[in-house]
Design a protein around this ligand. Structure first.
Ligand SMILES: Cc1ncc(COP(=O)(O)O)c(C=O)c1O
Length: 366
């Protein structure tokens, strides 16, 4: 008996969900070196943790937070040189992706078209599929750059294009000039420039400026800069688009604990946060050296807090990922993803985690 017979109501479940799987990551043993989730693993200094504990104590648990996080939005607006009404907060930038696509899709048989290069962050495609939008995935070139004509062709008639810069899982930093030209050439497409990993790219790489064209959205998150536990992401969009997003956003979507902790860090501990980022940038170089020591391996350039290594053996990536897991080191096997054959993605770990990785790799011959 099918579910449809035994549970007649189940035919009401949104039809697009049948082809989707749940984005789920099994809980990782904290004793492992967790180099699989692109976090910033560096510990915050004790005085920052004490200030955060103090801020938490003052939260009135019985009260709702601000409906749209006005105070944090005002802080971010000053930082980015835009109006507060252009800033929309999300429960992580995952929620921002959903708000953007809800606001930019239409009911009916043709909800809209989303363009993404692949490989890239999976939630763009997942959310588009969930909403029944047409998804046009355009393969990156062999050297993981944005393609030429195929991307321009895909953008014709599209509603939204997501470009992660630096990209996950490749770490590539696509040309500013190329992206600006795409944004100018396709004024009827909303380009979401996802700078989740922007803190790890060379200074001055950001594509955001107060004078960005109206079809360019800047998306960012605190998750990758030491605050993943808070789930705070945001975007800066033209006021008309921000207003549309706010109509689909649930009120109070970011908790008071997250708002207060995020604002305390951003307002008072910017230099401590920059130090966490600098440590990861320094450790990225060491991670590259460790991975380059694997016989036959090639380390790809990265502007993010991750490094991709291409191994020489055909089935070496899953075997090495399993070997590292046995040594309590977690990395991500991306070898099944387009253009990433034989590749592992390794997030930058702490100094001690990198020691463990180096130790686990000793004697690995492929
Ligand atoms: C490129 C990119 N954008 C956005 C996100 C989502 O970040 P969050 O929902 O934690 O803000 C991720 C997470 O890995 C990512 O890789």
């Amino acid at each position: 008996m099918s579910d449809e017979d035994s549970l007649p109501w189940s035919r009401h479940i949104r039809s697009t969900l049948a082809a989707l799987s749940v984005y789920d990551v099994p809980p990782a043993d904290p004793a492992c070196a967790r180099m699989h989730a692109n976090e910033n693993p560096e510990p915050w200094p004790a005085e920052v943790m004490a200030a955060l504990a103090d801020a938490l104590q003052r939260i009135e648990l019985g009260r709702y937070p601000d409906t749209s996080g006005r105070s944090l939005r005002a802080h971010l607006a000053r930082r980015h040189g835009c109006a507060p009404e252009q800033v929309v907060l999300g429960n992580g930038s995952d929620e921002i992706i959903a708000l953007l696509l809800l606001a930019l899709s239409s009911p009916g048989p043709a909800p809209g078209i989303v363009v993404t290069p692949i490989p890239t962050f999976v939630m763009y495609g997942h959310t588009a599929r969930m909403l029944g939008m047409e998804l046009r995935e355009v393969m990156l070139t062999e050297d993981l750059e944005l393609p030429g004509a195929p991307l321009d062709d895909a953008l014709r008639g599209a509603s939204v294009c997501f470009l992660a810069r630096p990209n996950n899982p490749t770490g590539s930093l696509w040309s500013k000039e190329r992206i600006s030209a795409l944004v100018a050439d396709h004024p009827d497409v909303v380009f979401v420039i996802d700078e989740a990993y922007g803190a790890y790219a060379p200074a001055g790489s950001s594509l955001w400026s107060g004078a960005s064209p109206s079809n360019q959205v800047h998306m960012a998150t605190l998750s990758k800069v030491g605050l993943a536990a808070l789930r705070v992401g945001y975007c800066i969009a033209h006021p008309i688009l921000a207003l549309a997003m706010n109509k689909v956003r649930h009120p109070y979507n970011v908790s008071q604990t997250s708002l207060v902790l995020a604002q305390t860090v951003l307002a008072r501990f910017g230099s401590e946060q920059a130090a966490l980022v600098s440590r990861v940038v320094a450790n990225r170089a060491r991670l590259g050296e460790i991975l380059a020591g694997i016989p036959g391996a090639t380390v790809l350039p990265s502007a993010g807090n991750l490094v991709v290594v291409r191994l020489s053996g055909d089935d070496e990536a899953p075997r090495l990922a399993a070997h590292l897991r046995e040594h309590d080191v977690l990395v991500k096997d991306v070898s099944q993803q387009p253009r990433l054959a034989r590749c592992l993605r390794v997030s930058v770990g702490t100094h001690a985690e990198l020691d463990r990785l180096a130790h686990a790799l000793r004697g690995w011959g492929g």
